[in-house]
Design a binder for this molecule. Structure first.
Ligand code: ZN
Length: 281
């Protein structure tokens, strides 16, 4: 597997967006909002978003799972989910507008925050301080780096379930932010077959998962590190370096650990690539 292809952004990719875009918008005020696409706006419409955000100052930018959060000076917050192809970047206003630029947020320093999404599976919400957040982030499980994420937590949440461990890792109510790519990498690292039912996992395997989940996520965040200029050059998207993935997308290739050939299966409708030599049930 070589070169760039469309991959779904997961926690490490959204964390990269936060690290690059966050400092560019924190302390900045939205001078207007040019919102064009109703499908992207989940709980308001273009005039509504403009009314909510114009004049608001971003006080901080956070992340929960795969969602980016922009907290504003009136105690409200904007939630952005990137779907398959969402891109968010800050650029000078004279930058040519890409196709599928759905929302543009001019900032008080003369720059523009833009949301681009060719497939339009992403969503943007805004909640005022007194509005309940219905974006789904309230139901998310622990962050991978939460100290509470240990073998006991995973066993408690997954240990009696018949779903495969692949599906268990993708369950956002257990651990937030893991998607198809990084779950394959975690299971390879832990030496666990993705088709193993969660209820068959041993205590040792829960221990291994509790270690590889934060390790793989922090490895991925490190690999995604990108300068502001490189990020804009790639329009907030093409910094993903997939050349170092060891399992995901490697069906038919020899395993770097044991030499057997990677196979591809489906678990709960999601493709998963694994090594029958060193990932055991
Ligand atoms: Zn192997």
């Amino acid at each position: 597997m070589t070169g760039f292809r469309i991959i779904m952004p997961e926690l490490p990719e959204i964390e990269t967006v936060r690290r690059v875009v966050g400092p560019q918008v924190e302390g900045r005020t939205f001078v207007s909002v040019r919102a064009a696409d109703n499908r992207i706006l989940a709980n308001t419409d273009p005039p509504g978003l403009s009314e909510r955000l114009t004049g608001r100052t971003v006080v901080s930018v956070g992340r929960r799972g795969k969602a980016l959060l922009l907290y504003d000076d009136l105690g409200g917050h904007t939630v952005i989910r990137f779907g398959m192809t969402g891109q968010l970047y800050v650029c000078p206003p004279n930058t040519a507008e890409e196709r599928h630029t759905h929302e543009v947020f001019p900032l008080d320093d003369g720059m523009e925050l833009r949301y681009v999404d060719p497939r339009r599976f992403g969503h943007i919400w805004h909640f005022r301080r007194d509005e309940e957040d219905t974006s789904g982030i309230r139901g998310l499980g622990l962050e991978p780096d939460d100290p509470g994420l240990d073998a006991g937590y995973l066993k408690d949440r997954l240990g009696r379930r018949s779903i495969t461990v692949k599906e268990g890792l993708l369950d956002q109510t257990v651990v937030a932010g893991i998607g198809n790519i990084w779950s394959d990498e975690m299971l390879f690292e832990a030496g666990i077959c993705p088709l193993t039912p969660c209820r068959d996992l041993t205590d040792g395997q829960f221990e291994d998962l509790a270690h590889v989940i934060p390790d793989i996520i922090s490895f991925a965040i490190g690999k995604n590190a990108v300068s502001r200029e490189e990020y804009l050059e790639g329009r907030g998207r093409r910094y993903y370096d997939i050349g170092y993935l060891r399992a995901y997308g490697h069906e038919g290739d020899p395993c770097p650990r044991c030499g057997k050939t990677f196979v591809r299966d489906t678990a709960g409708g999601r493709g998963t690539c694994w090594c029958p030599g060193c990932q055991r049930r």
